[in-house]
Design a protein around this ligand. Structure first.
Ligand SMILES: *[C@@H]1O[C@H](CO)[C@@H](O)[C@H](O)[C@H]1NC(C)=O
Ligand SMILES: *[C@@H]1O[C@H](CO)[C@@H](O)[C@H](O)[C@H]1NC(C)=O
Ligand SMILES: *[C@@H]1O[C@H](CO)[C@@H](O)[C@H](O)[C@H]1NC(C)=O
Length: 377
């Protein structure tokens, strides 16, 4: 009897302790949950306020709001033009770059050569990032040139710069490069080139012997330069690389011209690169003493047999497809810009025709017109 009563009492105590413990556990979980939530909320809030106070964004918002209230178009004045010319060797790039060096003082921009170690056209991922991060920090307009394949700024979350490029007929370029290595050029005539010892071999003879300096695969250069830093860009004959190169021409490059039409290329640059960086470029080029294309010192004409041999190769056909694509695009854009260029001797940007479009039905109405309207009603 006594034992049973005692046992019941114990049961009660256990029950109370159990209920108390359960309440404590539930309460603890509830408090922990709210503390975590608050902390997260605080983190989000501080991130948002950081973003809002980052001076760039804030300044632009403020500027845009100010402009909006004063009925004018918001201009993002702090965006400096960044022009990148990833020059392909032996395409007349030195003549073009000299124009930039001649103009830089008058048109207030910086010119820099990007010297990639070991003549490699490829950069490691981190070097690509370093290059992008550095080039986008300058506060002055800048023109960078160097022998490297296209680097995609947007891939790393940066605004894309003004990429420009010049292409040349693929076989002409290779033959020019072949003789350049043997004889040098009229630009640095006394420099002894690395294949100087092999000067006696003409390009035709090299092709007949199947020499290493005149293989069709060596034509594979303009496609990869426009395609980019991916492995497949550098696989001779890759259909994907050709497609990617064409896509980049249309989507990533501001202007791609051809060596054979350098003056027209400069005329177009005067118009499409902001900040007047190329002001007077075409006129300067036509009148300056350096304007002749840098010529390889000695060059033998290539036989029809050699030409045919190259034209039969897939790599030539693909490189030529890119070249003709670019030449067609450029001629098309140029003809649209200067429709009267043949009938009238076009001189300078001052004579440009007015735009073929205008704005209308503009809201909100300009302030004066608003006042007039309210007076009448
Ligand atoms: C690039 O830099 C190396 C090392 O400083 C130099 O030897 C080479 O001449 C430079 N290349 C050009 C094209 O200036
Ligand atoms: C960019 O690189 C140059 C040369 O290394 C250096 O002098 C300059 O300070 C760098 N600029 C920025 C913004 O990182
Ligand atoms: C344009 O370039 C030519 C040739 O270098 C020069 O004579 C002329 O003064 C330049 N014009 C302007 C407006 O800078």
């Amino acid at each position: 009897m006594f034992f049973r009563v005692r046992h019941q009492k114990m049961m009660h105590v256990y029950l109370v302790v159990f209920v108390l413990l359960s309440v404590l556990v539930v309460l603890g979980a509830y408090i922990a949950y709210h503390v975590l939530l608050r902390q997260q909320h605080f983190q989000i809030q501080s991130a948002v306020s950081k973003l809002m106070h980052s001076d760039n964004i804030n300044r632009r918002f403020k500027a845009a709001a100010f402009q909006y209230h004063h009925n004018s178009v918001p201009l993002l004045k702090d965006q400096k033009p960044l022009v990148i010319y990833n020059r392909v060797p032996k395409t007349g790039s030195t003549s073009f770059v000299n124009v930039a060096y001649d103009l830089h003082a008058r048109n207030s921009f910086r010119v820099l050569h990007v010297n990639v170690t070991g003549n490699s056209h490829l950069l490691s991922l981190y070097d690509q990032f370093r290059f992008i991060d550095n080039t986008t920090q300058w506060l002055l307009p800048a023109f960078y040139h160097g022998h490297f394949a296209y680097i995609d700024f947007e891939r790393y979350g940066y605004k894309k710069p003004h990429y420009i490029q010049l292409l040349r007929k693929p076989l002409d370029r290779l033959v020019s490069y072949y003789y350049f290595l043997r004889y040098g050029d009229d630009y640095r005539p006394h420099l002894v080139r690395k294949k100087h010892m092999d000067s006696a071999t003409t390009f035709d003879e090299c092709v007949d012997r199947g020499g290493p300096d005149c293989q069709a695969n060596l034509l594979w250069l303009q496609i990869p330069f426009l395609c980019g830093q991916s492995a497949d860009c550098w696989t001779p004959g890759s259909e994907w690389a050709l497609r990617q190169a064409k896509r980049n021409v249309l989507e990533k490059y501001t202007l791609v011209g051809v060596t054979e039409k350098l003056t027209q290329f400069l005329q177009m640059l005067e118009l499409v690169i902001p900040g007047d960086m190329f002001r007077n470029a075409s006129e300067h080029f036509q009148h300056s003493s350096k304007s002749h294309l840098r010529k390889t010192a000695k060059k033998y004409p290539v036989s029809r047999k050699t030409v045919k041999k190259f034209h039969d190769s897939t790599v030539w056909q693909m490189e030529n497809e890119l070249y003709t694509f670019v030449a067609r695009e450029f001629a098309f854009a140029y003809a649209k810009q200067f429709p009267n260029v043949l009938s009238k001797d076009w001189k300078s940007a001052d004579e440009l025709p007015p735009p073929n479009f205008h704005y209308e039905k503009i809201y909100p109405k300009p302030l004066q017109q608003q006042k007039k309207n309210t007076k009448h009603t």
